[in-house]
Structures are given as structure tokens and as C-alpha cells.
Design a protein around this ligand. Structure first.
Ligand code: FE
Length: 230
């Protein structure tokens, strides 16, 4: 068996939100699938350790916000690398509460849907929730973020094939500036050839030249929490 086969399965990037009474939480999820058309049902796979899992089991509702390709890494990090047990992710996030009480993240979303849980399957570490769609709305036009785009483009692991990231002058300095640094908290890799457009760091900026106030665009860790890669 070759586990690399699994890397070829395509996914999207979503925020799944739910509530437990007045408590709200949401998290990044990539496993969202439409299962049937009549009625419309969708399935999501959620880790049992996540707070969102507890909330979905409580309210039997969840919403799915389909994220736009332009969604900043910091926003993905807020919902993907922080726990709702430590931080209120909805503070400073544009969202609405539907009639059921279920929250929906509107920020960076192209559209959303809400579903009522009609069945669930114990999958060991995760639960597969099957929901019937109860609400949905288009918010913006644009391309949805895919899992592949997030890793290959937003995290910049293929700079050679991304001409917008590799300007001629950057290429000339490539040798001196190519040392990558990795975040010890979330494994984000800072690649000097790409910089960090969300954080205002130009392509070609050596890690050493980044201001000390800069933080990891994914998880918010300090610059001192990065180590040399390789
Ligand atoms: Fe990080």
C-alpha cells in the first residue's frame, strides 16, 4: 500500500459552525460532501476532540461556509489552528445566527448552507454527521478555495511554477535568500522566495530581515518560534 495515493483525493476548504445554546464555535473542515439530491443531504467528518463536535451533538445543527480562494491564511489559521475553548473565534468575525440558533461565518465565504443532523456514524477518531439541508444562500461570486490551492499556492510550496510569486529580480537573489524557516507550532513554512503577502512581507525577503513584530500567518506564533528548515 502507498499512503501517497490519498494525497490525490480532492477536497475543498470550509468552515463548519454549530452552537450549544448561546455558545458558538466553528472550525476549518475539508471533508464536506453532498450525499443525495432529494432531499439534499450533506455529510461532514468532524474530530471527536473538537469543540464543534460537541456543539453539533448538542444542537443537531451545523452550517457550512464555502470559502473563497482569496481567503487570507490568518483567517484560515484562526479557524483551523485555534481552539474555541481558548478563544472566541466569532469575536471580530462577520457572521449571522440563523433561526435555529446556528451561526454562519459570512467573512470570506462565497455561500453557505445549514443542515439538520439526521444520522451519524462513529468512525473511531471522527464522527460522520449526515445532515439534511435546511437553509442556503449565495453571498459572493468567485472560485472556491480547494485544499490543493491552500497547500500549493497559499503556502507556496511550488514557487517555480507560480510566476506571479517569482519575479525576475527575486530569482537573481535566490541563492542568498532561499533558507526556509518552519513554524514549530503549526508547521507553516516561510519561504523567502514567496514572502508573506498577507503579512506585508515582499517576495525575496530573508527571514532574518522580517520585523520582530511579524507573526506566523497561519497560527499567529511569534517569529522566535520559527526554526531553520533542513
Ligand atoms: Fe504557525
Amino acid at each position: 500500500m502507498d499512503p501517497n495515493v490519498l494525497h490525490n483525493i480532492g477536497y475543498g476548504m470550509y468552515i463548519v459552525s454549530s452552537n450549544k445554546g448561546d455558545l458558538l464555535n466553528g472550525q476549518i473542515a475539508n471533508t464536506v460532501f453532498q450525499i443525495t439530491s432529494e432531499p439534499v443531504t450533506v455529510a461532514i467528518s468532524i474530530n471527536k476532540k473538537n469543540l464543534t463536535h460537541e456543539y453539533i451533538e448538542s444542537s443537531k445543527r451545523f452550517s457550512i461556509s464555502i470559502l473563497a480562494q482569496e481567503t487570507p491564511l490568518s483567517f484560515m489559521g484562526k479557524f483551523g489552528f485555534k481552539s474555541g475553548r481558548v478563544e472566541d473565534k466569532f469575536k471580530d468575525t462577520k457572521f449571522i445566527k440563523l433561526g435555529s440558533g446556528c451561526p454562519v461565518v459570512l467573512e470570506n465565504a462565497l455561500c453557505y448552507l445549514e443542515a439538520k443532523v439526521i444520522n451519524q456514524f462513529d468512525c473511531g477518531t471522527h464522527t460522520l454527521f449526515l445532515g439534511e439541508m435546511t437553509d442556503s444562500k449565495i453571498l459572493n461570486t468567485g472560485k472556491p478555495m480547494t485544499y490543493d490551492y491552500y497547500h500549493q499556492v497559499k503556502r507556496g510550496t511550488t514557487p517555480e511554477t507560480a510566476p506571479t510569486f517569482l519575479k525576475a529580480e527575486v530569482a537573481a537573489e535566490k541563492k542568498q535568500t532561499s533558507q526556509k524557516y518552519i513554524c514549530t507550532v503549526c508547521n507553516y513554512v516561510y519561504d523567502p522566495e514567496i514572502g508573506d503577502s498577507d503579512g506585508g512581507i515582499q517576495p525575496g525577503t530573508r527571514f532574518e530581515d522580517i520585523p520582530d513584530s511579524w507573526v506566523c500567518p497561519v497560527c499567529g506564533a511569534k517569529k522566535t518560534e520559527f526554526i531553520k528548515e533542513g
